[in-house]
Write a protein that binds this ligand. Structure first.
Ligand code: BGC
Length: 380
């Protein structure tokens, strides 16, 4: 109950922050807007294929522009080489700050070192950039908790502490180049591992490690192919699949398609997800996907904006910044080590959405019911 209240408060506050971000900047003195207009922010997003990155990109751009900054926004088709080139371009354009959601957190490290040589501050957005001390801040959600919420959902649904099982489960993790993907997998797997060890949960495919469960590029197509192979090879006619623990919505979508095409069991497997993509919300309402872990990316963008603005104004973002933010954010200096150092992180809270509390999404102002009141669509 407490969690629900926190969520509702966070949701209600998030829209006010969005409003507040633009109001405070537009009400700032013409002098400070003039200062801002001499500064350019380079924003690098991974891909346009997934709805969330479009939202992040657009919302970030709008906030910075409303505050008078110039913005160059790039998308890199989920291609790490293209993103390296895109970011090198931003560096040679002498941007004043880089905000990067990496396609591959390791492949971009050297490029980020180049930014440091030119004294361009770098903030990692949503995904950590690895093996470089050039990253100053990291803004994300509590990624381990995302996976933990998925694992706990499965535990509750199957009543694992009281029922006898056994149940069949398959893990569908994210892209191995995305540092988040392992946190999501670990959060879910750690929550369920005792039941796997005791034999109450069985991974028929044996693909139980992160590396085995990873899905290249996080794509729906790859998740679909992987699950079709799993079903063909390990689920002969009538074998029940109880759970597909999918790390996000794009993989959940592929798994749902594979199940529709190939699954011969007569139950509806539990399918988890993350993000709240429109197609997945439709599947939740249709009973094809069980839950998604929702992350309010407008809140994430709003926190990133505050951190970047502080740096651009020559100040140092510290723990105290969270006190000025209306949503729940934790300042964390001991969880995210990128191989070079612990990165000062601002972490937001994710929460579970099922068929029963979808209305919470409408209350964010980001979604609305369609004209038939049946499915959700993006609010304008
Ligand atoms: C993000 C998720 C997203 C996934 C695929 C992760 O790094 O945190 O929200 O679903 O990438 O793009």
């Amino acid at each position: 109950m407490k969690k629900l209240l926190v969520s509702i408060t966070a949701l209600a506050m998030s829209s006010s922050l969005a409003a507040c971000g633009s109001t405070s900047s537009s009400s700032s003195s013409s002098e400070s807007s003039a200062d801002n207009s001499s500064k350019t922010i380079g924003i690098a997003m991974p891909a346009q294929e997934l709805k969330r990155w479009n939202n992040d990109g657009e919302f970030l751009k709008k906030q910075f522009e409303d505050a008078g900054f110039n913005v160059v926004l790039t998308y890199s088709n989920n291609d790490a080489t293209k993103q390296n080139n895109d970011v090198l371009g931003l560096i040679s354009d002498d941007v004043d700050l880089l905000l990067v959601a990496a396609v591959d957190g390791t492949e971009i490290s050297k490029t980020i070192d180049t930014a440091k040589e030119k004294n361009i501050p770098v903030v990692a957005y949503d995904r950590l950039i690895m093996n470089t001390d050039a990253v100053t801040y990291y803004i994300s959600f509590d990624n381990y908790t995302v996976g933990k919420l998925q694992g706990e959902f499965v535990k509750q649904q199957l009543d694992l502490d009281n029922s006898s099982g056994p149940y069949n489960i398959e893990f569908v993790a994210g892209d191995a180049g995305d540092n988040n993907a392992r946190y999501f997998y670990d959060g879910a797997h750690d929550t369920l591992v005792n039941y796997i060890n005791s034999g109450k949960l069985i991974v028929q495919s044996g693909e139980d490690s992160f590396e085995q469960a990873a899905t290249k590029g996080w794509t729906t197509d790859n998740a679909k192919k992987d699950m079709e192979n799993t079903l063909t090879n390990y689920y002969p006619a009538g074998t029940k699949l109880d759970v597909a623990l999918c790390s996000n919505d794009s993989t959940a979508l592929g798994v749902t398609q594979a199940i529709e095409a190939r699954y011969t069991g007569n139950n509806t497997p539990i399918i988890t997800g993350q993000d709240g993509d429109i197609d997945n919300l439709k599947n939740i309402l249709d009973g094809k996907q069980s839950m998604t872990v929702y992350k309010n990316v407008n809140d994430e963008a709003a926190v990133a904006f505050e951190v970047c603005k502080t740096i651009l104004q020559g100040d140092v973002p510290t723990a105290g910044l969270v006190d000025s933010l209306p949503m729940e954010v934790t300042y964390d200096t001991g969880s995210y080590n990128n191989g070079a150092k612990y990165i000062q992180s601002y972490l937001l809270l994710p929460y579970v959405i099922t068929k029963d509390n979808l209305q919470l999404l409408v209350e964010t102002g980001l979604y609305k019911w369609d004209s038939n009141n049946k499915y959700l669509e993006e609010a304008e």
